[in-house]
Design a protein around this ligand. Structure first.
Ligand code: SF4
Ligand code: SF4
Ligand code: FES
Length: 326
């Protein structure tokens, strides 16, 4: 039999009403929390027992609708799935409840997700297919072909990855992990004919996949294990495979990275910057830092670049795993 335990927890609750408040504020609420409760129980209790005007979204209570996503101590969670015990173990007995994005707060935990939907729509999240008007047989998808979608269709559009992504915070153009995962979902569908069209959208400078900094936060936070960064990497490959790559810093960085690993089994950081940015821009932009790094041995001259003693193994690995020829 499981024993139910109780602890006193202090919550700092984000409060803001965009219609009446100039600035947001935090209200302290102390509560006895049982080991059986999830975050949504706490939101309900704040509304029912403390302040009826407290606002948040929820619907299914089963991790299906994606409505209840918020942040607790900066960690994105689905309130109806996240157990209080786990959060207390992670952060202790003082917890801050905030909306997914403070700058988009409308009322308390409720945010305006317009940018999320606009970006989602921008990647054409539907089958683009030249359908026969009178087909003679159904368009069957084999289990193996369905496998290629790689969980990308499990997304419940909760926005947790989007509003945890550091690039979204600083670059309004960036399409974002959820929309990229959705673009992959349709690109990988054998019935779709819109792959090149979609690749051109997600290949755009500043908005596209090349601006992802590969922090893996989107994979970490996703409650459905969609793993958007995995799909972003697949999209990088599709861009090359379909000949849609544009010669720019981002694509040269990808090519230079692969060349360096193939040649040395290690990353030649100085050469990678030179290859990606060009010799003169590199010297003008990074000359000073490069010289300092050189002095302390952080970068070496090309002729002094060491080689991995496992170079043959690395080469074999690259050969067996590469899907793209640059
Ligand atoms: S891995 Fe890329 S898309 Fe995912 S959160 Fe980080 S920067 Fe954003
Ligand atoms: S990919 Fe995951 S975290 Fe992102 S919106 Fe979809 S379900 Fe939510
Ligand atoms: S209420 Fe639907 S996912 Fe939480």
């Amino acid at each position: 039999m499981t024993t139910i335990t109780t602890q006193t927890i202090t919550f700092n609750v984000f409060r803001f009403n965009s219609e009446t408040d100039y600035l947001p504020y935090y209200k302290k609420v102390e509560m006895e929390v049982t080991s059986e409760e999830v975050v949504l129980d706490i939101l309900n209790r704040i509304k029912w027992e403390v302040d009826g005007s407290f606002s948040y979204r929820r619907s299914c209570r089963h991790g299906i609708c994606g409505a209840c996503a918020i942040k607790v101590n900066g960690k994105g969670v689905l309130a109806c799935k996240e157990r209080m015990n786990d959060l207390i173990e992670l952060f202790g007995t003082e917890l801050t409840l905030e909306p997914l994005s403070i700058k988009r707060a409308v009322k308390d935990m409720i945010i305006d997700k317009e940018d999320f939907w606009v970006k989602h729509e921008a990647i054409e999240p539907y089958l683009i297919s030249h359908i026969e008007e009178h087909p003679e047989m159904e368009c069957a998808v084999t289990p193996a072909q369905a496998e290629a979608l790689l969980d990308s269709d499990y997304c419940i559009q909760c926005g947790l990855c989007h509003y945890s992504c550091p690039v979204i915070e600083i670059n309004d153009d960036f399409i974002g992990p959820a929309a990229f995962a959705k673009a992959y979902r349709f690109n990988a569908d054998v019935r779709d004919d819109g792959i090149d069209e979609r690749l051109d959208i997600i290949n755009a400078p500043s908005a596209g996949v090349w601006d992802c900094v590969k922090c893996f936060e989107c994979a970490e936070v996703c409650p459905k294990e969609v793993n958007p960064i995995e799909k972003i990497t697949k999209l990088h490959n599709q861009i090359f495979e379909h000949g849609r790559a544009i010669n720019n810093v981002a694509t040269r960085h990808a090519v230079g990275f692969a060349h360096s690993i193939k040649k040395h089994g290690l990353l030649d950081e100085a050469e990678l910057v030179r290859y990606s940015e060009g010799t003169l821009p590199m010297l003008m932009k990074h000359g000073k830092v490069g010289f300092k790094m050189f002095k302390v041995g952080k970068v070496v001259m090309p002729w002094n670049m060491p080689k991995s003693d496992k170079l043959d193994e690395v080469k074999a690995l690259i050969k067996s795993s590469s899907t793209v020829k640059f």
